[in-house]
Unconditional design. Sequence first.
Length: 436
Amino acid sequence: MTLARGFSFRLALPLLLIVGCAENKESFSPGSGSITLTYWPAPNPEEIKLADTLVALWNKTHPSVQVRMQPIPVSQSTEEVLLAAIAAKTTPDVCSNIWPGALYEYTVAGGLIALNRFPDFDSLMNARIPSDLLKFFRKMGEPAYQIPWKTNPVMMVCNVALFEEAGIGKLPRTYSEYLQAGENIVRDRDGDGQIDVWLGERDIRPIWWQRLFDFYPFYIAASGGKTLFEGQEESMDRHAAAQVMGFFQECYERNYFPRTFFQGGDPFLLGVKATHFSGPWQVAAIKKFAPTMRYEVVPLPVPDGGLATVHTYGDFKNIAIFSTTQHPAEAWEFVKFLVSAEHDLLLLQIANQIPVRRDLLRNPLFEPFFQDNPEMVPFAEQATYTRGIDEVPDLKEIFDALSQEYEVCAVYGRKSPSEAADDMAKRTRMIMEWNQ
């Protein structure tokens, strides 16, 4: 039996203890104000630093409404912690680490308030969100539970030196160009009979979230920006799904990707992998661990023939207000404070992540950052052409099934791409029907 589709009761008790005791882990002395809001950011060091900065700015200028910052309690996942907190009614007022794929569970559990209750919600959304994205986050006539805050577009990061060593002057944009590059890049450098320079590599374990960084972004790209559902109905583009499966199947069959795990570090940072599918966090990793690497960030390869615009998965994290809040109006003012242009600049500067803004590359406020960090420009350009994850039940179970099909077809070639695509769609419908 599950709580809110996929949240196991056996996880609930320890997590309830975590979130129930969380209030005691932070000391806080409010100012002269009579209202205190609790804010949970993501628990990584960069976002804690960002949250510390933003909360200090808010508290300095809002003496009557003070904010207490507490990172989300550490557990297996943020989603588990938040679902447990919803069940225990120990949620914060505001959280900025809302993964859209878990929104269905949060709302079914009654954990969030509809933000379109606030009269300026739609004007904020229209001013902030690129029009290409707005329809995916704002369905007119329906409650809106999140403000899109940041996105990490999954793109292809290329080690330019490895391409040049192979005599390749143009980075690949299509499947055939990518596979052709592998013929020259993949090699045995030291003559020991083992490949030690690879075209690419992915974690082949059939774990649901791994597919958010290979099959799913490539599917979004191949389909011209489609996701897997239309509303609550399965609507997978079978042809695009089969193209993606076939592409990865060839990568493994030709030994351009290994069917194993690397030991001793990240192969891309070690200079033995030519391409890496990642978000902007990879830029910080390169600066820290491979500062001399020459690299370039480009859109994901697409099927031959190309597409005018290449979309990808955006790995969104959004902001929501929880239904336990005693001060919804004040919480909404704090949310608007978090997503201001000045504070989106801090998101870039401190956390190296891309704000969801329609004016990101036009607003003069951001120009100095992108001039000093040109490697972030491709991610900013791609941000408008991203897609999130569908707000449907059973999503993790569906992606588990998708991962199993990916392993059987793409990694080990035991099923044709078209069979795998059809079976993914069938299994998706069966999961949804079974759990109704």
